[in-house]
Design a protein around this ligand. Structure first.
Ligand SMILES: Nc1ncnc2c1ncn2[C@@H]1O[C@H](COP(=O)(O)OP(=O)(O)OP(=O)(O)O)[C@@H](O)[C@H]1O
Ligand SMILES: [Mg+2]
Length: 158
């Protein structure tokens, strides 16, 4: 089964649409890791995931809090590791607990990769032009391979 999927989006709305589909497909325990430069679109994608989980009033403000929690069809834990000073803080967050029945989406995941579970969907974002982004999805584990397979129809429809 294919483990990667690459697509290009040409606007923030298109990136959100992929996130929306991902949120709609998400199951309890899903872990989505986001990696990409400042302004590459990680939060924009996460906004779409929130909508796909029927979360109302999602507002991600840059704060010093590492985790924001939102209630929807499933609870979404939005973790932003940009300001992670000490990887030990990651261990204290208790991500395993969040994953018992929620969905976790992690910005700047590469900052604590060794402390995260070994199976996840990794999405790398690359800014190609002011409004163009390359998104590379990679599955770690069979569960996420199946998720990518379900997202393939979205990629084809574009
Ligand atoms: N195709 C696109 N997909 C996503 N965002 C886009 C796209 N085209 C333009 N943008 C713009 O790029 C910016 C992306 O910002 P966003 O906050 O999502 O990035 P980020 O990766 O979360 O950055 P940070 O590392 O600072 O948290 C937004 O202003 C958005 O409108
Ligand atoms: Mg962000």
């Amino acid at each position: 089964m294919a483990t990667t999927l690459e697509l290009t989006t040409n606007s923030p709305e298109e990136t959100q649409a992929l996130g929306h589909r991902l949120g709609a497909e998400a199951m309890p325990g899903d872990l989505i890791l986001l990696s990409g430069e400042l302004g590459s679109g990680k939060t924009t994608l996460a906004q779409g995931v929130a909508r796909g989980l029927d979360i109302k009033g999602y507002a991600h403000s840059p704060t010093f809090v590492l985790v924001n929690e939102y209630k929807g069809r499933l609870t979404l834990y939005h973790i932003d590791l940009y300001r992670l000073d000490d990887p030990g803080e990651m261990a204290e967050l208790g991500i395993e607990e969040m994953l018992t029945d929620g969905v976790c989406i992690v910005e700047w995941a590469e900052r604590a990769l060794a402390l995260l579970p070994s199976e996840f969907l990794l999405i790398e974002l690359f800014a190609l032009a002011p409004t163009h982004r390359r998104l590379r999805l990679e599955a770690r584990g069979e569960h996420y391979q199946r998720l990518i397979a379900r997202l393939r129809t979205f990629a084809k429809s574009r």
